[in-house]
Design a protein around this ligand. Structure first.
Ligand code: ARG
Length: 555
């Protein structure tokens, strides 16, 4: 990171002080605010200390190579880098693999997507897929070994409901279709809400299935095949991929060993007929109820399967981290699961709950179609495409793959610019605008820059000059890539990277509006600019790819 590099240089002269990116980029590049702290310790005025710091840095060995100016205002020390140093940093990042981003080497399991077999995918499932895929790619780019698992919901009540429907509708497994599932699931889920008797029957089917009922298993097999092949198709469209397509049902073989551990550790006890694990802690401000391991009717629950899945992941992969990209509303569930795992010593991995907020409509409630349904992803993709085409003077014929990339850019850039924890309002119309903080804006920017640099041969050197403010701003943005990348990686918040990319695109557009690269008659200047635009395009393309956005050939 450039902050670390500058920090090293400064520390040689000033000792332990902390250097940070300037909060006022127009004024300076970096700042040191330690004078206030030191003033108290040394009983001196902050301005005097800041002044001494400035003198020391100005008189240091390569000061004029590194710094354009060093000054102070009260206790704040402001540092501006020299043009030559900035250019050397750009050349350095451009010559290195992955722009010189520092690497990690952990084994990271990621659990995202989490579609439920037999239930159609909706907007919420798109969010975990988009955010999870971005976090995975960022982790991988950072050098980690990643294992992505969809963790299908394939053993819950919805399976019992659909099996019940099939039996009553006389639909044999071999006759089951996707259309049937899409119709039967919503019908059943409405029905069980009003009919307790049917609800009980569905719950019993689910329990019998969990206990290995062969007939029900043959139903599940077919339901799963049909449903998963549709889920795969939708994930393919979103360019979301998994190493493992395991589901809740795969965890069942690990329940026994987990139960043994829990018993050995004396953690399981009976409560109203159920077997539970107490997970509350003295420091809790809110009551955390026990994890229910086995219900009084003998059925296992969501928590049982998640604890058992961690046991499975630990024994197969010994991961350093397990990341869950799941709806915020499952926070309590994962607290119970993680605490159970830690109490029982089932895994040493760092377990991270990465919650995400709801995709809302304009009314602030979960997004629905005009007819009041939860929209299917297919319809959403089609609507996005239609709106984009209509904004782009109508009926232009475009390559399907290009359209897919544009639809992806629209939906993903809109989602990922939000901190995942927050809700956001889904407004395809706004998301598909060509101006503003949108996917199309990003794509057009990259295409425009590519068109310019195509006019030139590859340039492999950069002079010591920078030519105007927009030029300097763009170059300085380039050298701070690592700061934003690492922030996104460390916090598992892709929006830090997306914000950076948007700022970079804005800087590149401002630069390009101010400076006519193609018509420039100063050869050195022109080559410098082509070099800078090349690096800019490389950063934009490579980083957008990490958040699942690829550049179409044309739009
Ligand atoms: N299938 C779940 C749902 O739709 C999400 C699964 C999340 N992952 C997990 N290991 N529990 O709510």
């Amino acid at each position: 990171m450039v902050t670390d590099i500058v920090s090293e240089i400064v520390k040689k002269e000033l000792g332990e002080v902390s250097v940070s990116l300037s909060s006022k980029p127009g004024l300076c590049d970096f700042q040191i605010n330690d004078a206030f702290r030191l003033a108290k310790e040394l009983h001196k005025a902050p301005a005097d200390i800041a002044s001494e710091m400035v003198d020391k840095l100005k008189n240091s060995e390569n000061s004029s190579y590194y710094f354009e100016s060093i000054s102070f205002v009260n206790g704040f020390v402001n540092i501006t880098l020299s043009n030559k140093f900035i250019n050397d940093l750009i050349k350095n990042m451009n010559s290195k693999d992955k722009f010189g981003i520092s690497l990690d080497n952990k084994k990271v399991v990621l659990d995202y997507g989490g579609p439920n077999v037999a239930k159609p995918l909706h907007v919420g499932h798109m969010r975990t897929a988009i955010v999870g895929e971005a976090i995975k790619r960022i982790c991988k780019y950072k050098g980690n070994d990643t294992i992505a698992d969809t963790h299908l919901g394939d053993y819950g009540l919805q399976i019992g409901e659909v099996i019940y429907a099939m039996k009553h509708d006389n639909v044999k497994p071999e006759d089951c279709t996707l259309e049937y599932l899409n119709e039967a699931y919503p019908r059943m889920s409405a029905l069980v809400k009003t009919d307790d008797k049917i609800m009980d029957e569905c719950a019993n089917i689910t329990k019998d299935l969990q206990e290995g009922n062969a007939e029900y298993e043959s139903y599940l097999k077919v339901i799963k095949e049909i449903s998963v092949s549709d889920i795969r198709r939708l994930y393919n469209y979103l360019d979301v991929s998994f190493d493992l397509w395991e589901g809740e049902s795969d965890a069942y073989q690990y329940i026994k060993p987990v139960e043994d551990i829990l018993n050995k550790e004396g953690l399981l006890h009976e409560s109203e007929g159920a077997l539970v694990v107490d997970v509350n802690e003295d420091s809790d401000t809110k009551e955390i109820p026990p994890l229910i391991f086995k219900k009084s009717n003998g059925a296992y629950l969501y928590g049982t399967s998640d604890v058992s899945t961690i046991y499975e992941r630990e024994s197969k992969f010994q991961p350093d981290n397990i990341l869950y990209v799941v709806d915020n509303r499952q926070d309590l569930h994962f607290k119970q699961v993680f605490r159970t795992v830690k109490k029982a010593g089932i895994s040493d991995a760092k377990l991270e709950f990465l919650g995400y907020g709801t995709v809302n409509g304009e009314d602030g409630k979960p997004y629905k179609t005009r007819s009041g349904d939860t929209p299917h992803l297919d319809d959403l993709f089609k609507e996005t495409k239609d709106i984009f085409i209509s904004k782009k003077d109508g009926n232009e014929s475009m390559d399907d793959e290009d359209i897919r990339k544009i639809v992806n850019a629209i939906l993903k850039f809109a989602d990922l610019q939000n901190n995942r924890v927050n809700d956001y309002i889904f407004d395809i119309n706004k998301f598909s605008n060509v101006v503003g903080k949108t996917g199309p804006y990003m794509l057009y920017t990259v295409l425009r820059l590519k068109k310019i640099i195509k006019e030139f041969n590859n340039i492999d050197d950069l002079s010591d000059n920078i030519y105007d403010d927009t030029d300097r701003k763009l170059r300085f943005r380039l050298i701070t890539l690592s700061e934003s990348f690492d922030k996104a990686y460390n916090n598992r918040l892709p929006n830090y990277l997306v914000d950076y990319l948007y700022d970079l695109a804005v800087d590149a557009n401002n630069f390009y509006q101010n400076n006519h690269v193609i018509g420039c008659d100063d050869r050195t200047k022109q080559e410098d600019w082509v070099y800078i635009l090349n690096v800019t395009v490389k950063v934009l393309e490579e980083m957008l790819h990490l958040v699942g956005i690829d550049i179409p050939s044309y739009m």
